[in-house]
Design a protein around this ligand. Structure first.
Ligand code: GLC
Length: 617
């Protein structure tokens, strides 16, 4: 019983701060199940006790500076362990490269045990307590996080909480007919209820894994599988599931994970007759998890993966008083960026950024151009309608553009989960290939290559201009191209996301200091921008940001101001040279050349950008 435990002082102080709310929310969700709540509290205390002294020191330091992740210093990189350097030990060996690349935050893609060939890139976990043996051991993970911390780097890892693999122990026992374990999932005796569910629940993988339910031959029942058929949805209405999964998360934190990426967050609560997305109970669960980390390991951040339309994303920050996630992916800005590339029209982006700029500065976004997933065209169509844009036709245009189907497009992408019924295909490809680098190199067209590299670098400059934490997708820093080998691999060929999940090309990275080769050109240009970002406080997340009117629909203008530094950033999304018709009174310098450059009627070459800065001191 929790009341019989002699509590540590620090733990008690943190718990006291949250106990009322915690108890209230937990009781409401779990119908006053006192036994489950007692178990939950004992579990929290156990993980607190087990936490290494070094990590506790970090916790205390970060508690003193709760906004430690909100400055302008953070720079992330996300990577698959096997693609980057084979194993966790291998990643550790490459810490010098990561540091040279300015990275102080690494996101290691799923690395826990997962069945070969039925793993959804590691997102079907069969053991939350074991690293995939091909990648290493839990000890290796601990060693890697320790080494990262010594080098001033934080480590992020996925916590795949919506489902387990159908080879997870719970699933195996459920297949064997153990009712207790079937109750941890959603099991049905016949199709009556699943068919009703299908009427209101959309599909995540309409072509690669249609439907939300799968027949389980062994149990002779039907099981809910929102993602792939081998990813069984967990039933969070069962408090045992929540208690054990929270324990699994805290176990990762106790292995030195600083940032927990809550995979597929919106899906974790299912309810008959709804779309099973973003239900109020999801917010309760996330809020409880936030309190759990604040009690056990307050140095840890929660990163929500909310790939949803704009209005659904921001609520996952919770409120300033009752926060949920510390950070969220800026998925709408990401998708709008690629829309802007394909249309050369910045009006949607201005509208989108205007909304982001209006949010409280406590809300931290993770900004990115590409990640391991497809680009879904979740744009603000309500806004686009006024320009006569039709959603289905527009998605088709974007997909055609990025698959290089137009003579004026050098992008090389592939469709993902093409659903002809809804006209809803999504898109895959690396940043460089989508910017035209691949086509230019294939055609050996130097002028084209220059143009493609310009676009690639400009997009990174735009990424780095945004408030929050920029995350580079490993390989993008050297302009790595698509990897077509997945077409020959039966375990991967039906999932085009593998197009941009190729092995990191160390042979290309070796050219990162070259002035003439593509990897060097991109790497050096991005590094220069990153260094400027880290040096200038105007990039701090607390800066005021606004849209600068350029009177040119091809040129995006962003203003930033923080503690006497003011910056005007201009991005030309057109293939032609353009002018930003601005007229700012101060004396500006070009940040890249350090030379004077008036912020008046600024000419910007095609696909280029300008970073202008002034200081009031
Ligand atoms: C997230 C991951 C994606 C995975 C899915 C199911 O969206 O980013 O790669 O397929 O969750 O776990």
């Amino acid at each position: 019983m929790f009341k019989d435990i002699k509590l540590d002082k620090v733990f008690k102080a943190r718990l006291d701060k949250h106990l009322d709310e915690l108890k209230w929310l937990y009781s409401e969700l779990y119908h006053n199940d006192q036994q489950a709540f007692d178990y939950f509290l004992c579990m929290l205390h156990q993980y607190y006790k087990e936490r290494e002294p070094d990590l506790k020191e970090w916790d205390e330091a970060r508690e003193l500076v709760p906004d430690w992740y909100r400055g302008n210093e953070m720079l992330g990189m996300q990577m698959y362990v096997n693609c980057f350097n084979k194993t966790l030990q291998g990643v550790k060996e490459k810490i010098p490269y990561l540091k040279e690349s300015g990275t102080n935050y690494i996101h290691l893609m799923p690395l826990l045990k997962s069945p070969k060939g039925r793993s959804d890139g590691g997102y079907a976990v069969s053991d939350f307590r074991q690293v995939d043996p091909e990648l290493g051991t839990m000890d290796d993970l601990m060693q890697l996080t320790t080494e990262c911390h010594k080098n001033g780097m934080s480590v992020c890892m996925d916590f795949v909480m919506n489902h387990t693999s159908d080879e997870h122990e719970w699933a195996l026992r459920a297949k064997n007919g153990e009712k207790e374990y079937q109750d941890r999932y959603f099991f049905f005796d016949n199709w009556n209820i699943p068919i009703e569910f299908e009427k209101t629940v959309p599909q995540v993988f309409p072509t690669t894994a249609p439907g939300n339910f799968t027949w389980c031959e062994q149990a002779h029942k039907i099981v809910m599988t929102t993602f792939y058929p081998y990813q069984w949805d967990l039933n969070y209405k069962n408090p045992t599931v929540f208690n054990d999964m929270t324990a699994n998360m805290l176990n990762l934190c106790n292995h030195g994970i600083d940032i927990v990426r809550l995979d597929a967050t919106p899906y974790i609560w299912k309810s008959f007759g709804t779309n099973c997305r973003n239900l109020p109970q999801v917010h309760t669960l996330v809020r409880i998890m936030r309190m759990a980390t604040e009690i056990v390991c307050p140095g840890t951040l929660l990163l929500g993966e909310i790939v949803m339309e704009p209005s659904k994303v921001v609520p996952y920050f919770g409120t300033v008083d009752k926060p949920e996630c510390h950070m969220l992916y800026n998925v709408t800005t990401m998708a709008s960026t690629w829309h802007t590339v394909a249309t050369h029209d910045v009006r949607l982006m201005k509208h989108q950024l205007g909304q982001v700029f209006a949010l409280p500065k406590e809300y931290v976004f993770l900004n990115y151009l590409r990640c391991h997933d497809d680009i879904g065209w979740g744009l603000d169509y309500d806004y686009l309608y006024q320009f006569g844009v039709n959603e289905v036709r527009h998605k088709k245009y974007l997909n055609d553009y990025f698959c290089g189907h137009y003579p004026y497009s050098d992008a090389r992408g592939e469709l993902y989960n093409d659903d002809p019924r809804l006209g809803d295909a999504r898109l895959c490809g690396t940043t460089a290939s989508l910017c035209g680098v691949e086509a230019a190199e294939y055609e050996r067209d130097d002028a084209k290559l220059e143009k493609a590299i310009k676009l690639d670098v400009m997009l990174h400059a735009f990424l780095l201009t945004q408030s929050g934490i920029p995350i580079i997708y490993s390989g993008d820093e050297i302009g790595q191209l698509n990897d077509y080998t997945y077409h020959e691999n039966p375990e991967k060929w039906d999932d085009s996301r593998y197009l941009h999940r190729g092995a990191f090309k160390w042979s290309e990275a070796a050219n990162r200091r070259s002035n003439s080769k593509r990897p060097g050109k991109i790497y050096k240009a991005i590094r220069k921008l990153e260094k400027l970002r880290a040096k200038h406080r105007v990039f701090d997340s607390s800066a005021d940001c606004w849209i600068v009117e350029t009177y040119n629909d091809h040129v995006l203008g962003i203003g930033r101001y923080y503690r006497s530094e003011k910056m005007i950033a201009l991005f030309n999304f057109s293939d032609n040279d353009e002018t930003a018709w601005i007229d700012e009174v101060e004396d500006y310098k070009d940040m890249l050349t350090n030379k004077k450059r008036p912020a008046k009627a600024v000419g910007i070459p095609a696909n280029d950008f300008a970073w202008l800065i002034t200081s009031y001191k």
